[in-house]
Design a protein around this ligand. Sequence first.
Ligand code: PLP
Length: 392
Amino acid sequence: MTTIYLDNNATTRIAPEVPNEMLPYLTDLYGNPSSMHTFGGQLYRRIEEARAKVASFIGAEPGEIIFTSCGTESDNTAIMSAVESHPHKKHVVTTRVEHPAVLNLCRHLARKGYRVTFLPVNSLGQLDMDALLKAVDEDTAVASIMYANNETGVIFPIKEISEILKKRGILFHTDAVQAVGKIPIDLKTLPVDMLTLSGHKIHAPKGVGALYVRKGTRFYPYIIGGHQERGRRAGTENVASIIGLGKACELAEKHLREETTYLKTLTDRLESALLKCCPDVRVNGDINNRLPNTANLSFEYVEGEAILLRLNEYGICASSGSACTSGSLEPSHVLRAMGVPYTAVHGSIRFSLSRYNTEKEIDTVIDLMPGVIRALREMSPYGRQTIACPPE
Ligand code: PLP
């Protein structure tokens, strides 16, 4: 059975060009980039080349890129750096729909005595901009607001947000893990102070990420030790993966424009066909302001896990916003923040595509889904009754 992988917001296939580039650094070129001898020291230059590729992809300067181990580390570093370097400020702003990498750190800060504002979203997943304006004050150490949502694909107005925050002198971090590689980002024209990206969401390996820190931003390292990354992130560099990330950024930069169009065409084809051929389906999120690869659909009166298990039998990989699939017992905090009814949250499925998906794969899913949904509805425990979400 061949796999149809439609779970690219969870992780992506490594681009075939990437391991080729990495291989020498996993075999013969095993030196330490900090060594004085040429055997190790030559790797320092390779890391700097990768840094330049990552920087170029997002319109940054190479010196503004810090390599990390993942998106989570970059998010944690950004927020902790902001609070550590502004010790008199005790307020943090974020949103109710962030990835746990931000959300749970902010909850941790709240337990430590910080005042944390979790901004609400509306039923389309759009950020409440009035709430943002009301929330920030001179006590705000940082606002961490994601670029695009991993579950719904909804894109926040990052340019507008960054300009509002800049005017008020508030440090701004954006988690752009899902946006990088899917939509153009140019930090020359976007006044964010810090931005997170992750290798495994853009066809590079797992275990490597980057944090952009705008030149002149006060910075306090999160991992303290040696002098690597100019003292901003200690630990011997993951040379091969950093080189892989550089290559993945180079590829993404070259193909972004046509890929965006391709992904949108495939995603729209899937979504509109499913809306047409399955009754009682709703789209979650603002379809006019969404990543080109993400469709989040709720199949009312069916359990998301049950759909996933059926799809899994056909080799189709997607993910659900209901309990258990992410190892959590809670239904999606994102869909709940949007006020999606309980039955719709539990029947939600996220399809997330990549450049490696084909029209044929999408058509296979379109052919199979109505039968899967019909069969499951016949044995649904809910009946045809919409239930409001219990309060958080
Ligand atoms: N932020 C967002 C929006 C994500 O989607 C993810 C991963 O799913 C992360 C952060 C965490 O990235 P990583 O898996 O590289 O730690």
